[in-house]
Write a protein that binds this ligand. Sequence first.
Ligand SMILES: N[C@@H](CCC(=O)N[C@@H](CS)C(=O)NCC(=O)O)C(=O)O
Length: 343
Amino acid sequence: MRATSSFLCTLSFLSALLLGASPVVAQSSTLEAVKKRGQLVCGVNTGLAGFGAPDDKGNWTGLDIDFCRAVAAAIFGDGTRVRFVPLNAKERFTALQTGEVDILSRNTTWTMSRDTSLGLNFVGILYFDGQAFMVRKSLGLKSADELKGASICVQSGTTNELNLADFFATRGLTYRPVVYERLVEVLGAYANGRCDAFTTDSSQLIAERTRLTDPEEHVMLPDLVSKEPLGPAVRQGDAQWSNIVRWTLFAIINAEELGVTQSNVEAQRSSSNPEIRRLLGTEGEYGKGLGLADDWAVSILSAVGNYGESFERNLGQGSPLKIARGRNALWKDGGLMYAPPVR
Ligand SMILES: N[C@@H](CCC(=O)N[C@@H](CS)C(=O)NCC(=O)O)C(=O)O
């Protein structure tokens, strides 16, 4: 019996070695590959205002874009050393799995199946969202519960398609899904009256509503029918790379909490506050554990500013969308944004 189990142990150790799953086998380093290439490759949305969209000169902007620039800055001290790869909902995970992109930074909901069975890992939450519905004002609807029998436009390969089914099933209501693979098709179908409602994440509905020819004629129903924690993901199996991307997120959140901004970051290097000194590399060697320079966070903040600055510029009062911070406010202001300390 003992002989058999030790034989099985040896066998599984050998197969783990062959499969490269054992910790004794060196993992290929994403950081080294990115440095060698001289550029980070970031998978982003094909065009979603506020999160990731190119302007008419091909300059990408958005919260997800800033996040890619932040990671590039942490590595190269230069937030422009990044190439953006537009990916639709269906393509996004394959692009990360196959190594076409180093990071997926594209309004993607962190779910258990995505985190545990696709060979990738989410590093945190960049935007707390929830699914909502948009309808024509003329329908006079007040709540999503009144959508019984409605035709609803939704994009395939999204959590929204699945949540939609749950929403109607739990209420025992009928509906007709009208499903497309691309966002432009979904929006076009809704605009042309091929469905009564359009459903996706609330922030996206706000952005897409502005693209309709008659935005005033459309309203968002007040219900949020799901949790959509949106965040960046990396390939599984490279702990250093996960740490770099995760601590980039924590750095922009901590900087907001500590009052470090794009314009004051240089001056804050000589702050007497030990928390600021550790974040900015004036005290300690916190970059070392990431394989980066100790002023890694200075580079991030010089390139894109802190989380609050990026939020306001892309989604908030400095943007056409005017989305309130709400649950994306810092924890100390009543929101959910919270990052572990640098120490
Ligand atoms: N957060 C949801 C939805 C994300 C998503 O892909 N939404 C669609 C909006 S309908 C989108 O951004 N589409 C853009 C595209 O496919 O190019 C998810 O992770 O599944």
